[in-house]
Design a protein around this ligand. Structure first.
Ligand code: CO
Length: 210
């Protein structure tokens, strides 16, 4: 599928197919969105959010970036998070990474001089490697990569829990559960690595004063 015209044709066929099964599908969906999940995933083309969980349009609010990161200075991810919680009132936030992640692989190597901006994005993953260096450096390289992929997912879930957006939602009584999932490229399966909710302990230095 190298021709974008093919995408437009596929879109027409898809739309007709959906309408043939449910004539009011788009009419109803156009009125409002009411997704129950926020998905923060990797941009990798092999891990399309809706496809791997067999979801329909309207079911998942999606944000994707290289290596599924939640960066505290990234207004893109944070505004998605704020909107998902405060306006859409989602009850579950899923950080989904995947084995074989090229972003994590790249972060374990020297920085490519030409990729000035990408390097900055991957720097946060290098910091996670450094945080767990004792555990990671004794592993063979394939296991090290897989473990850093898992640690990165868990760190992003903690970063979510450290935001004022999530903590104030929990204080307001808005029950939002944070999930860290890893996807296997070779079997198409998701595994839960971590789950945090309003009862989970948060390191004091990340708590807010009121
Ligand atoms: Co990836």
């Amino acid at each position: 599928m190298f021709n974008p015209d093919k995408l437009l044709l596929e879109n027409k066929a898809w739309s007709q197919n959906v309408v043939s099964r449910d004539p009011d599908f788009f009419v109803n969906l156009a009125k409002e969105q009411n997704p129950k999940f926020l998905w923060i995933g990797c941009s990798d083309s092999r891990v399309p959010a809706e496809t791997v969980v067999n979801a329909k349009p309207g079911e998942i609010f999606v944000h994707r970036n290289i290596a599924n990161q939640v960066i505290n200075t990234d207004f893109n991810c944070l505004s998605v998070l704020q909107y998902a919680i405060q306006v859409l009132q989602v009850k579950h936030i899923i950080v989904c990474g995947h084995y074989g992640c090229g972003g994590i692989k790249a972060a374990l190597e020297k920085q490519q001089t030409g990729l000035v901006i990408t390097n900055k994005w991957l720097m946060h993953i290098k910091d996670i490697y450094r945080l767990y260096q004792d555990e990671l450096s004794i592993l063979p390289s394939d296991k090290m990569l897989n473990r850093l992929i898992e640690l990165n997912i868990m760190e992003q879930v903690y970063r979510l829990a450290h935001t004022s957006i999530v903590q104030s939602a929990w204080k307001r009584g808005h029950k939002t559960t944070l999930h860290g999932w890893v996807y296997g490229l070779d079997d198409g399966l998701l595994t839960e690595l971590i789950k945090l909710d309003e009862t989970s302990p948060i390191n004091k230095i990340y708590q807010y004063t009121d």
